[in-house]
Ligand binder design. Structure first.
Ligand code: GRF
Length: 242
């Protein structure tokens, strides 16, 4: 049984998606702790409601990042996790922390990395005028929002989108790909080196699984022309996930 520690800072919707998938799909894994960088977060309330073990290591007012990171790492190590999942964890982690959990530290970022790292990725995407945006699950490297990519989800950027509507569309995709990536990790279905991740495909599956698009789900929002264009295009790459 693999042990998972999830780090949160706020809303916690990805934490819930992972916890529910873990239970419903009977992963060979257990969430041993949800650790928050702030007290009184929605994530903590929901984690408790789900019966998960919660801890708070309050970062408010902490100025010495290395010291905070070291305390956090010790707290995490106490649970002996094989996987540490950043789920809306809003603190930058220093090199020592990242090195200590190398290969078992995973993050989700709301953009198609390497595009739009850092804060306000949806605003960045809208300003850049991209037509496709999305989310990326990756192993954590030393640089901000970098590291070998496990899976990405693409969503359309629609006319009239603002940050909120785009964020909501991306978040729905996040809730699908993050649990899937964590499941692959606990089932040891991924091979990775410093740059790339490969899924050990099972019969009937392909590497395309790591590429997930929600365009069909969003079809209603697309113009008739666009929908026509799509229906004339190649079959879906990700049908196996449905
Ligand atoms: C998500 O958009 C995630 O990609 C980003 O922070 C947000 C967290 O949302 N890293 P939640 O706390 O999981 O609801």
């Amino acid at each position: 049984m693999k042990k998972i520690v999830i780090l949160v800072s706020g809303r916690g919707s990805n934490m819930i998606a992972i916890a529910q998938a873990c239970r419903r799909q009977g992963w060979p894994a257990q969430i041993v702790a949800v650790i928050a960088s702030r007290p009184d977060t929605q994530a903590l309330r929901d984690a408790s409601e789900l019966g998960l073990n919660t801890r708070v290591l309050d970062a408010t007012g902490s100025t010495d990042r290395a010291q905070y990171d070291a305390r956090l790492a010790d707290l995490i190590d106490g649970f002996e996790p094989s996987l540490v999942v950043l789920a809306g964890y809003m603190r930058i982690l220093g090199d020592a922390f990242v090195d200590r959990f190398a290969g078992r530290l995973v993050n989700i970022h709301p953009s198609l990395l390497p595009a739009f790292p850092g804060l306000r990725s949806h605003q960045q995407a809208l300003r850049a005028g991209v037509k496709i945006h999305g989310a990326t699950v990756h192993l954590v490297g030393r640089e901000l929002d970098c590291g070998p990519i496990i899976i990405q989800a693409a969503v359309p950027v629609l006319a009239g989108d603002d940050e909120q509507s785009l964020a909501a569309r991306v978040l729905r995709a996040e809730h699908r790909i993050y649990p899937l990536a964590i499941r692959w990790l606990v089932e040891e279905r991924l091979e990775f080196d410093e740059q790339t991740v490969r899924l050990r495909a099972q019969p009937g599956e392909s590497q395309w699984l790591a590429c997930f698009d929600t365009f069909e789900d969003d079809a209603a929002a697309l113009s008739a022309d666009h929908a026509e264009l799509r229906s004339a295009s190649a079959p879906r790459l990700t049908g196996a996930l449905r």
